[in-house]
Design a protein around this ligand. Structure first.
Ligand SMILES: [Zn+2]
Length: 166
């Protein structure tokens, strides 16, 4: 992660610039940390969208360093050059110019790092929910039953099954 932020450092020259109303660097990769900015990309909005009305997201091909605009819930967005699946990087993330290899590499690393973190977090949450449901089912089954408890246990077992089947 350190090296990523070295490529997208926040530096003094950017800090002196007036801040945009829309946070340009809040990345839609379920990111808690923004990309940061560098003198090279600070303020660039070639494909970054200003304003909340545009609903198109940036879909990129890291191999070809190309981007396309599609809705965030689009399925199977293909690269126009190589035909491979594109990755959605959100709608506020600036897209580096094709020639900036290092910025593309940093973007790619950040994207996959965030994706991995998101996956780990979802797995953790799922395990927590499973344990919590199992515990609650055991607790309710250990006390005398009544229609409400029976219904609750049934519902929780259904939820548990759905979680385990995922
Ligand atoms: Zn491609």
């Amino acid at each position: 992660m350190q090296s990523l932020y070295r490529l997208y450092p926040s530096n003094a020259s950017c800090a002196r610039r007036p801040r945009p109303k829309t946070p340009v660097f809040s990345i839609c990769l379920s990111a808690s940390k923004p990309l940061g900015c560098s003198a090279a990309i600070c303020g660039r909005t070639s494909l970054a969208v200003k304003g909340p009305t545009v609903s198109n997201y940036a879909w990129v091909c890291f191999l070809c360093r190309s981007a396309a605009r599609r809705p965030g819930d689009a399925t199977d967005v293909r690269c126009r050059s190589c035909g491979k699946s594109c990755e959605c990087i959100g709608y506020k993330t600036p897209i580096p110019p094709k020639s900036k290899l290092q910025e593309w590499e940093a973007l790619r690393r950040l994207y996959y790092c965030k994706k991995q973190q998101g996956l780990a977090r979802r797995t953790r949450d799922r395990v927590r929910r499973i344990h919590s449901l199992e515990k609650e089912i055991l607790r309710l089954e250990s006390v005398p039953s009544n229609p409400g408890r029976t219904k609750a246990v049934k519902l929780m077992k259904k939820r548990l099954k759905a979680l385990l089947d995922r």
